[in-house]
Design a protein around this ligand. Sequence first.
Ligand SMILES: [Zn+2]
Length: 148
Amino acid sequence: MFANRYISEATQIQVRQRAKFLCEYCHASEQWQYVSFTVDHVIPISKGGANFIDNLALACFHGNRQKSDKIKSFDEQTLSEVFLFHPRNDSWQEHFFWTKDTLSIIGLTATGRATVTALRFNRARIINIRAADQEIGRHPPPDEPIQS
Ligand SMILES: [Zn+2]
């Protein structure tokens, strides 16, 4: 069956503004990246997701690539397969927080933990970028939950 995955320029602008130009998964800022972020289908078209704005999220290039067409992943703590974080239905604050040094993201819930692992939120390269950005005041984004 033909499924349209074309996203208009106007919709892409809306998605970026709604996301405040942050990756809606790992909260990287598009402003400081070399590669443009992509508009991700939260539920992939191949898994029945719609091509509407309610199913779209801004995602960094690496996150989008890791996510691919996954909707679920494994949580090591509860030993269960759970849904990945859904930026439209889930609140970031309920599933994630930053470590005290704000360089790594910790999953609070099974979904949070599975998403951190599946999308490799804390790979060495991104931690280095966060550290460099932090030194010049570009990281973390404002009003983020940080480990107390
Ligand atoms: Zn990301």
